[in-house]
Design a protein around this ligand. Structure first.
Ligand SMILES: [Zn+2]
Length: 86
């Protein structure tokens, strides 16, 4: 019970240590962001990613990342999970 499980996705190289996701870069992340940025895209091998949140919406997407870069949205706004629907 005390052992921490660790697994790595063979598609995107993301690593889960217990419930925590770490990107291939070693940065801490979360499953929904990984889903939006990797697993739900061609980068995620068209659905072969090991992410348990694969296929779910609500995390970061490339559209949101682009919005940050353009300065029309702040990361905090997106991270708080309050998407504004037109
Ligand atoms: Zn993956």
């Amino acid at each position: 019970m005390s052992s921490v499980s660790m697994r790595r996705c063979t598609v995107c190289q993301a690593c889960w240590i217990g419930p925590h996701l770490f990107w291939a870069t070693g940065a801490r992340g979360n499953n929904l962001d990984l889903a939006g940025l990797v697993c739900n895209t061609d980068y995620g091998g068209a659905g072969r990613c090991a992410n348990p949140a694969r296929g779910r919406l609500g995390g970061d997407t490339w559209e949101q990342r682009e919005a940050w870069i353009r300065g029309v949205a702040l990361p905090g706004e997106v991270a708080e999970g309050h998407p504004r629907r037109a």
